[in-house]
Design a protein around this ligand. Structure first.
Ligand SMILES: N[C@H](CCC[C@H](N)C(=O)O)C(=O)O
Length: 283
């Protein structure tokens, strides 16, 4: 491994520590920052998330004590393009898994802070993690265009903005290599767009599957806040606000529960590696 100057540099004991993890293959670089001293610039995020020249990820999560004291820790989430997002559901499961695995928090239920407000995590020693995702708010109807197709959807606020499109079109045939068009007056800060297919899960059970194009990251294998938005939009189509929906994503499956307009998200949280960043990558 060489740094920019060509000298052979092996990330020594001083390289910034990182972990790599994922929730249904929505993958993240975690940066533990107990002293709140890492300067996580957009350029550093882009470099870290680069799947060829960097570690590769859909986003970066800096784990830092919560300065405002509302909770023990703050989840500082960034999209792969370096932009900020208010909340990240899959990332929150991996963040919570790390806090318990590292001994920073006892297993069980605890609060944590995000840019979208306080959230809760329920983490056992192993198995799935449940995140209290807070309120889910359906908004105006809006539309998108993708692969030459116009599709209607509904704006859903999960702390971050979503356009959830339940469709009869073949979602596997959609070209999500480019961002779907959207109404910038409805979504002035950009939007995560979900394309949702209802499945026949049998009497009394709700099951959907989706593909997602994420603001700031492109198509991902999963989007936790997106599964919550999709479940809410799907329930709304049948005149319901509350329910339990199993959501299939390209990277696996999660369960969304909505009761009195508040959602929880349950799914896997896997940490796959840890190490130290080469100084040239951190720069
Ligand atoms: N992958 C994340 C969503 C990040 C949302 C981000 N792309 C945004 O700009 O809101 C999740 O699991 O919820």
């Amino acid at each position: 491994m060489t740094s920019a100057g060509g000298a052979v540099v092996v990330p020594g004991p001083n390289g910034v520590p990182f972990l790599k993890g994922h929730g249904t293959e929505n993958d993240f670089i975690l940066l533990p920052d107990p002293d709140s001293q890492l300067d996580l610039t957009p350029e550093r995020v882009r470099r870290l998330c680069d799947r060829r020249a960097g570690l590769g990820a859909d986003g970066v999560i800096r784990i830092v004590p919560d300065a405002d004291g509302g909770a023990g820790f703050f989840m500082d989430y960034r999209n792969a393009d370096g932009s900020l997002a208010e909340m990240c559901g899959n990332g929150a499961r991996v963040f919570a898994r790390y806090l318990v695995a590292a001994g920073w928090v006892e297993p069980g239920e605890f609060d944590f802070a995000t840019r979208g407000g306080l959230r809760t995590a329920r983490v056992a020693a192993d198995g799935d993690v449940t995140i209290g995702m807070g309120p889910v708010r359906l908004g105006v109807r809006s539309s998108t265009r993708v692969s030459g197709l116009a599709m209607d959807g509904v704006a859903v606020d999960v702390g971050n903005p979503h356009l959830a499109c339940v469709t009869d079109h073949d979602i596997d045939g959609l070209d999500l290599t480019r961002a779907p068009e959207y109404d910038t007056t409805v979504f002035p800060a950009g939007v995560n767009v979900e394309f949702i297919e209802g499945l026949d899960a049998g009497a009394g059970r709700d099951q959907i599957r989706l593909r997602v194009h994420e603001r700031g990251s492109g198509e991902t294998r999963s989007c936790g806040t997106g599964t919550v938005a999709a479940a809410a939009a799907y329930l709304d189509l049948s005149g319901r606000r509350d329910g339990e929906v199993t959501v299939g994503v390209p990277g696996g499956q999660v369960v969304v529960r909505i009761a009195d307009g508040q959602a929880t998200l349950t799914g896997p949280a896997i940490i796959v590696a840890s190490g130290r960043l080469d100084p040239a990558l951190w720069g």
